[in-house]
Ligand binder design. Sequence first.
Ligand SMILES: Nc1ncnc2c1ncn2[C@@H]1O[C@H](COP(=O)(O)OP(=O)(O)OP(=O)(O)O)[C@@H](O)[C@H]1O
Length: 255
Amino acid sequence: MFHAHTYDHYQVPASPLIQVEHLTRIITTRMQKTMLLNDITFTVPTQSLFAINGPSGSGKSTLLNMLTGIDRPTEGRVIFADQELKAQGENVLARWRGRNVGIIFQFFQLIPTLTAFENVLLALELGGGGGLRRKDWRERALTCLDMVALSSFAHRLPAELSGGQQQRVAIARALANDPPALIADEPTGNLDSATANSVFTTLANLTHQGKTVIYVTHDPQLASLASARIDLLDGQIVNEHGANAIITSRREVHS
Ligand SMILES: Nc1ncnc2c1ncn2[C@@H]1O[C@H](COP(=O)(O)OP(=O)(O)OP(=O)(O)O)[C@@H](O)[C@H]1O
């Protein structure tokens, strides 16, 4: 069970890290048009623990892909740290992502042939080291593993770690380049409840270290722990807390 308290008692800076304005995503095929997101407007406060909640098919993954610049909106825009995410080449976007967001997946997605340490080091190599010189990358990788209480497991392969430990390595990897935001897609969805609780607490505590932590969940209880949130249904925001969201229709979210 997750502890029934929220993380909204911290002082957070006034300006939002992310502004999402009138975001619409339509997929057009020869046969039909499908509206995946319908005029979504909200802000993600800096250093918040931010939940994107909603049942399967409500548009959560589609929205995450817009926030990370993986997909482009049909209409509207995403402003990340005062910079609009524009259509750019994949190399430019990958570099932007490396510096600005650490992504955490439900199924960890560690490289199985690399140790925990090497998985984090690889993120530094791919992301350019977060402003550090190459000679400092190994120490940074160890620091990140230490931040998730895994430094003594640095030389284990993913298969030699529990699910919770693997997800902690994934969190360390996401922290490697010191991005302002971590974005997690159902980060505890593949873990038993005790492990999920401890991984979630690790993520939540990163807001104390200046990070904005955005997580997607279909679990209303997990969403209730956030300091700010939106609830999605059928591609629209139906409820919000602390996100300055425009609510287009008032309906209950059932998971
Ligand atoms: N490329 C696509 N073409 C057509 N429809 C799509 C496409 N991608 C997603 N969809 C549809 O858009 C809706 C939203 O999908 P999305 O994956 O964003 O939902 P979700 O809330 O993340 O769901 P889940 O929790 O199951 O991952 C769903 O109905 C999905 O079937």
